[in-house]
Ligand binder design. Sequence first.
Ligand SMILES: [Fe+2]
Length: 202
Amino acid sequence: MKWLQEKINEVFQESVSRLDEGGEVVEEIRQKFMAFDWDWPAADPRPLPAWDYRADVLTNAPAGLLSELAHEVDGHWETVDWYRNPNYIHDESLGRFRTWYGYNLYVGSFGMIKKRDIAVGMLLISPDCLYPAHNHLAAEIYVPISGRAEWWTEESDWQIQEPGTPIYHRPWLKHGTRTLDEPLLALFGWLGDTSKHATISR
Ligand SMILES: [Fe+2]
């Protein structure tokens, strides 16, 4: 558990130095995240369809820190619960994405460790999925760990982002993600009220 926490810490640290906007948010998430001991009784998660891409995630992660983190995530894969946003499960307009994505929450209002003011977890999206424009109250950092995907905000066009590139979304900024031919595994952190789920923008 300790190494998973430490690798996430390193990725957050690198992100702070690379961000033009949101660095102080990531630093606050990082400090809160490192301020408590990580431990939880092993979960018995219900497998998600997106788990089919677990091996590809490991294969595609760039060597070095990102691959090390991907392996730590894999090592703890079945000790955490995996979810799909309850706002999305019955939304048929989401197409393939609705079924073929999932996330875990190491920390957060609904996480393995219950904290309301931050959330930290991993988002997994299968290839060829569109996570359309959505937003939420909490400020957010994403760092893709494995998989090149396209990212969008209401202030910037779709852009391919390489693994390791931090992506910051301030509160309520609309954003979206589109996977290409690889699955995406991305570290995410939230700062703010993490009890409010994201909603799709209509
Ligand atoms: Fe988000």
